[in-house]
Design a binder for this molecule. Structure first.
Ligand code: ADQ
Length: 461
């Protein structure tokens, strides 16, 4: 009989993945937005986390790591292909990100999605204490709330979507729109990154799932009510600030600038290698910037850090090729021997290295075509304890709804983006500081602990 806890987290992946070093296996925290947001909220409480380990086949035994009791769920090779790479990442992911790549609809992906959701719901039901709380995360598991309510009506069930929830006209394409909406309506609280997402969901639930609305609440056909609200996710500001104040990391930032040839101005991009993040657009804009005005910006450099992501999905492999060709082309066109203008790293880095990058960069360039929130923008702002640095931020990120003081850009408008980069590089110090101070005030008022508290309080109410 498993030990039952008051709080159970359910997400596709566990917060850790297995690594082998010198023939010894251990668990390491995984990079990515969901884990970055949730781990600080959970640091001070015991919980069970249900998720996939990342490997095909039998699930490893449950194990404890800090205060988290990790319960791996098994996924077979077929599940990975159909539920994860297929329905989650080739149907839902592109559809929810404004169809920036065409979403694919296949019946043979839907059935495994239902089946795997059932497996997660059963695991949550087995591990939650009587009257306890289950918090389900993200687009992979939208059917879990309804399934869980059916078997465990005693639970408080919350659901948070980390990615955008699309406009009605797009979502309505989904052949399985009814069951997905109904799945979410099984929760007591459904949270979105922005008010727009919450509004889209409420409108769709009324139109396609027979729900009726009263203020922030939706009443489903079975009489159950769901609170639908925006809870913009954030980061642990104190943690990032403390790292940014470390003298050794400030020294690393100085070394980093020297190592890449002490550029006059340094731009930085940090992303999962994902086609929603606009990495290719950013590179094109940087290439055009170097070419314009008789090489005015030739003494500027761009560092692009990209974490490998979903490499078995075709669109991601294609994006990697595009990005690497662009880096090669820009360096081929503009490199002074031994000093390329673009430095590109395709790997995951420890937080300390990211902080050194954030401290070294005069400009952080965040250009997604669509992004639920974008924590990288928030990490940069948290690290700029000197009030310096310029944030160039796509208006299609959740973060742009909070960060009015960023230099906001439309990533579809390449001329506008080149202009914005030029403006960021030339921005007078006083203006940059004024903007950064404003960004920092906003961020401090909305850190991740507030996000976690507000969500869990809404769920307990
Ligand atoms: P992601 O799409 O993963 O998150 P983001 O919010 O930017 O996007 O988070 C990325 C995280 O990965 C950051 O914490 C960053 O520090 C880390 N990271 C990036 N590059 C790295 C590298 N090279 N090495 C190590 N770590 C790296 C999803 C949604 C977002 C939403 C979050 C949280 O797509 O819209 O903001 O969840 O809800």
């Amino acid at each position: 009989m498993p030990k039952r806890r008051d709080l159970v987290i359910v997400s596709n992946r566990l917060p850790v993945h297995r690594v082998e070093r010198d023939g010894k296996a251990s668990w390491e925290i995984s990079p990515g937005g969901l884990v970055s947001a949730l781990t600080p909220v959970l640091a001070e409480r015991d919980c069970t986390w249900i998720g996939w380990s990342g490997d095909a086949g039998e699930a490893p035994e449950p194990f404890g790591l800090e205060r988290i009791h990790n319960v791996p769920v098994a996924l077979s090779k077929d599940d990975i292909e159909n539920y994860y790479e297929g329905f989650s990442n080739r149907t839902l992911w592109p559809l929810y990100h404004d169809a920036v790549r065409p979403p694919q609809y296949h019946r043979h992906w839907w059935r495994p999605y239902v089946e795997v959701n059932r497996r997660f719901a059963a695991a949550a039901a087995a591990h939650a204490k009587r009257g306890g709380t289950v918090w389900v995360h993200d687009y992979h598991l939208q059917l879990v709330p309804r399934m869980l309510r059916a078997s465990r009506p005693d639970l408080r069930i919350g659901y948070f979507l980390h990615i955008p929830f699309p406009p009605a006209e797009l979502f309505a394409q989904l052949p399985w729109r009814g069951p997905l909406l109904d799945g979410l309506l099984g929760a007591d609280v459904v949270g979105f990154q922005t008010r727009g997402g919450a509004r889209n969901f409420a409108a769709l639930a009324r139109r396609h799932a027979g729900a009726s609305a009263s203020g922030h609440r939706l009443l489903a056909a079975d009489g159950h009510t769901t609170l639908v609200k925006a809870f913009p996710v954030s980061i642990d500001v104190d943690h990032w600030e403390a790292l940014a104040r470390r003298p050794d990391l400030q020294e690393r930032a100085r070394q980093l600038r020297e190592r890449i040839g002490s550029p006059r101005r340094l731009l930085l991009g940090v992303d999962r290698l994902d086609y929603t993040k606009g990495i290719d657009i950013r590179l094109r804009a940087f290439g055009e910037l170097l070419a314009r005005d008789r090489g005015k910006h030739r003494d500027c450099k761009l560092v692009q850090l990209a974490v490998p992501s979903r490499e078995r999905v075709e669109e991601y492999a294609e994006l990697r090729t595009t990005v690497e060709q662009l880096v090669g082309r820009i360096n081929g066109d503009f490199e002074e021997l031994g000093s390329p203008p673009v430095h590109y790293l395709h790997r995951s880095l420890p937080a300390e290295e990211l902080v050194a990058g954030y401290l070294a960069a005069d400009v952080l360039v965040v250009t997604p075509l669509r992004d639920g929130m974008n924590l990288v923008a928030k990490e940069y702002v948290a690290c700029r304890v000197d009030d310096d640095g310029v944030l160039v931020l796509s208006e299609f990120t959740g973060a742009a709804h909070q960060f009015n003081a960023a230099l906001r850009v439309n990533p579809h408008d390449i001329d506008g983006l080149v202009e914005a980069l030029d403006r960021a590089l030339e921005m007078p110090l006083a203006e940059a500081r004024r903007r950064m101070r404003k960004l920092r005030r906003t961020l401090r008022a909305h850190d991740v602990h507030r996000w976690g508290r507000e969500f869990l309080e809404a769920l307990a109410a």
